[in-house]
Write a protein that binds this ligand. Sequence first.
Ligand code: DP6
Length: 343
Amino acid sequence: MVEAGGSNPPGPIGDGMKATAKANANIALIKYWGKRDEALILPYNSSISMTCDAMETITTVEFSENYDTDTAIINDEELSSDQKRVYDHIGMIRKMAGIKEKAKIVSESNFPLAAGLASSASGFAALTVAAVAAAGLKLPEKELSIIARQGSGSACRSILGGFVEWKKGSKSSDSYAEQIAGKDYWKDFRMIATIVKEGRKAISSRSGMSQTVKNSPYYSGWLSSIEEDLNRMREAIRSRDFASAGSIAEYNALKMHCTMMTSKPPIMYWKPATVEIMNAVMAWREDLESYFTMDAGPNVKVMCMKKDEKELCQRLSELEGVVKTISCAPGSGAALSQKHLFD
Ligand code: DP6
């Protein structure tokens, strides 16, 4: 494996104009919710996440004059041309590199897509790192993060490992992710993605956040309390204070969901199993310290320390409506890989 940014010469890694990258998903402890610029994907607020080692996307990109059009096959399904985001992203990188060749993209994730599990984060991070290398560009992490951000905001955080902050910045060139602490700094932190049977989300985070910004009366409350959440979370990570990190993350997620529920029409991602898990986690806290967070979907992510991981996974899997748990430790940032997904 070769680190994504810094000193990777694209020559020996890409075979001609082909390269493969891996990226982990990330789950936000302080959420990104709302864009001040929808085209450039500039957020209203900074956010903080943990890169998750057990949820990974691997993507191979090849530019070749043998291809007449761009094609993308994601988890064995061909994307239609109206699923523009992926093709727009490839087009942007092609333009930056000054090349004309069309691309073939093949991508696989080891976890469910479009379920509020940050698949767009690992997806666009892996796509960015692979496409940049395949196009013959050599860019530092900061630039990779800026490019990934323009595919999907949360993807800019998956370029880096460990605990990461996406600084909202004042313009495109200073809105990117930086590491707060590497993956080995707080090895015992666990994020358990708890998958419920209701599965996929009904409304994308993109349209959900756009609607919320426009008409939730509580969106201003979200923004006015975010700096304090960010400051306290940075401090909790630096001092490895689990009670503080967990409780701030939980409250931050609830605030985000309140802005969703109070937009018009209301956006309600929670299903019965979502509420069941949240209540159980709060009740268990007496003897098993854990906290929850949720994104734009019905699944719940539960945070705990390594010593409680086994017991917590067991209890979660016994709840009605839970189909699977995926336990994650802090993971690595995006990286190039030698093993392509197609010949
Ligand atoms: C609730 O990054 O998926 O997961 O920028 O429109 O692609 P786009 O949105 P996306 O939104 C993620 C929202 C969130 C919170 C978070 O991950 O910070």
